[in-house]
Design a protein around this ligand. Structure first.
Ligand SMILES: Nc1nc2c(ncn2[C@@H]2O[C@H](COP(=O)(O)OP(=O)(O)OP(=O)(O)O)[C@@H](O)[C@H]2O)c(=O)[nH]1
Ligand SMILES: C[C@H](OP(=O)(O)O)C(=O)O
Length: 215
């Protein structure tokens, strides 16, 4: 079994640009990546590949294989899967709330395909027992696409239900969840930049350096 983390550092997380500069986003995604690698290592997964668009923003301590490909998430992952001869866990780099315990549970499921949905129709983690028979289709409500692809292949499927594993950090309001539930380096980074505002409704983040709140 091996894990692969698709990763793009350059101008990462453009949807966070209302609250973080380009440089901050590039630093932030590297820290989220470190948190994801730690969760994999905590689960005993030592065979970890990073499928990346460049060698920028890779944690210095990373010991696995770095596979550099052209931008294009689906093409690069599908090429990777075609060449895989053992079960593959595809885990996105923007999941700083994922723990070793989630990874252990996901990889213990006996079904052919395990899907961890992402917020708003995405796919945060895919565990595929027969990877060279599978094709991924990220973006455009990939959760639905991955369910359909699994069904079309006549494979068994398990949807892994977890608030923390399903929380990917895409938009400013997701940073609230990181500050509330995070434990690692990305949370530390967020705490240096944002405060939280509590009231009757949901907690909001606000910049520590300015008086006005942005969401
Ligand atoms: N290898 C590879 N990984 C990618 C590419 N685009 C995105 N990723 C990774 O795929 C995962 C999910 O991507 P998104 O959530 O869309 O991240 P993003 O593209 O940085 O964010 P936005 O600019 O806000 O869409 C993250 O781990 C990204 O680092 C790509 O072209 N190639
Ligand atoms: C890549 C994409 O990520 P999202 O835009 O949902 O974070 C997806 O999960 O299909």
């Amino acid at each position: 079994m091996r894990a692969v983390i698709p990763y793009k550092n350059e101008n990462a997380k453009s949807r966070l640009s209302p609250v973080l500069s380009k440089e901050e986003r590039e630093e932030f995604v590297e820290l989220m990546l470190e948190d994801v690698i730690k969760a994999l290592n905590d689960a005993g997964m030592t065979t970890v590949d990073i499928l990346t668009t460049s060698t920028e923003g890779i944690p210095k301590e990373f010991k696995g294989d770095l596979i550099v490909t052209e931008p294009g998430l689906n093409d690069s992952i599908n090429e990777y899967l075609q060449n895989a001869s053992e079960p593959v866990l595809i885990i996105m780099a923007d999941l700083p709330l994922v723990t070793g315990d989630h990874i252990r549970k996901i990889t213990s499921v006996s079904e052919d395909v395990v899907i961890v949905p992402g917020k708003g129709g995405g796919t945060n983690i895919l565990f595929i027992r027969h990877p060279n028979e599978f094709t991924v289709k990220y973006h455009d409500c990939s959760f639905t696409s991955h369910c359909e692809i699994t069904e079309d292949l006549d494979k068994s499927m398990h949807i892994f239900d977890s608030f923390l594993a399903s929380t990917d950090i895409d938009e400013p309001h997701d940073i609230v969840e990181l500050m509330l539930h995070g434990k690692g380096k990305a949370k530390e980074y967020a705490e240096k930049r944002f405060g939280s505002e509590t009231g009757k409704g949901r907690v909001k983040i606000s910049p520590l350096s300015k008086l006005s709140s942005f969401i």
